[in-house]
Design a protein around this ligand. Sequence first.
Ligand SMILES: Cc1ncc(COP(=O)(O)O)c(C=O)c1O
Length: 528
Amino acid sequence: MARRFASLVPFYEYDESRFFQTDGAPENIVAARRAGFERLSKVFAERFRKTAERTDEIAGGVSDLQFTSRYRVPFQFSAYVRRHFKAGSFLESSSGVTVNDLDGNRLYDLTGSYGVNVFGYDFYKECIERGTERVRGLGPVLGAYHPVTTYNVRRLLQISGLDEVSFHMSGTEAVMQAVRLARYHTGRTHLVRFCGSYHGWWGDVQPGVGNPLAARETYTLKDMDEASLRVLRNRRDIACVLINPLQALHPNVSAPGDSTLIDSGSKAHFDPAAYAAWLRELREVCTARGIVLIFDEVFVGFRLAPGGAQEYFDVRADMVTYGKTVAGGLPVGVLCGRATLMRRFREDRPADICFARGTFNAHPYVMGAMHEFLTRLDTDSVRDLYRDLEDTWNSRARRLNDRLTAADLPVQVANLSSIWTIYYAAPSRYNWMFQYYLRAAGLALSWVGTGRLIFSLNYTAGDFAEVADRILSAAEAMRRDEWWWSEPHLTNKSIRRRVFKEMIQARWASTGRPAASPIGSISSPRIK
Ligand SMILES: Cc1ncc(COP(=O)(O)O)c(C=O)c1O
């Protein structure tokens, strides 16, 4: 359905006059917005000049950059924003909780490097350096294991509470292997994932928008919903259930990103007791039905607790995937599982195997950095970072929300420990502008913008206070520039209705007939 709908959305964009008043703002508001936009655009041009120029140099030849730069804001605004805010994609160095760009700007890092950065960049630099020293003698020899791997295996099995481990090069691959083994051992075809959850970019776990093919052996069920348990109880073709515990922050919703921020409708809230109860129910039904329960902890593993989501929610899985942080800053995917599920052959049928290899699996340098990472988990300095983790991040979020509320700003945060998302309390078409005010305030965000902020655990109270002050002052500047002006009767529903109408108009304009079939050649009418 989502893919079909996506294929019907026509391209159109706002021209300069429309850009500032898509919500029907009066002239004085439009003028304030325009002045604010120009001021901010000058700040970007001066402050990020070299970084932006270097980015422009390669952008034409790097498909990733073209994609991310296009999808930072809703597509109707994108071209105009791209012309005025050159977001650079280069960094020179990092230290503490900050990164430095090519213009010498020191920015507080809220990207968390897609979740890899749990303990601070200096920690990972050391893991990579010390790990490299450990394996230098062997170098890039593949196929055999470096001796450091022995400890890694032992430690990963302790942490996961499972029997066997396999190493891969990315989280996506670890998930692929988990699902393949579940299918092999159960003899069933289908995997279950929950609405909105991300498990990497492999086709079977990404059945909606983004994948040109339909995933025919995937069921996408509603998270935290009794009806999904009934499906698991009644169907006979389900091999496994994949859980991404990050969804606890926004069940049934995809990772929030500013490119889809057309209104203020999306909210987030983490209820740990309710989510843990849901996991226990899933555990029960999976056990009863012989379905393999897989926790995909590629993102949250080691971030929520030393023992990951299993420890945090006190529920055990049959298989667990790890990735991102666990190789001390180098690329990796890890699968741990019960012995009966991890076996890739059958004693009684020698030709019936479950194949899985990968040239770079268990690469010595990756194993070296992982060894450092796992060893350091037991040091006092890392244990200290986990101390009062929940209270620390919950109270930081609460205090920031109190300050935002006291200042009457329409911005709030919700958090799952150190993973945060910003949401908006009043209907607006311009919330995505907030990412540019935050960047101008010296905060580094990932390309999804305000939807996902990831803090490393080495943020001190002082570091965080500085970030909180900057969030406040960015929001105040955005309000001063009138992006949050709204007519009294504006609702999120009326915004969505208006955008839908624009889409219908654009379909008419591009095809000369009502929307019925997928768009062939795309024209680009401007909406006046
Ligand atoms: C829960 C989860 N699973 C799998 C993946 C894929 O990992 P990778 O990007 O290393 O392939 C991700 C990446 O963000 C993830 O968050």
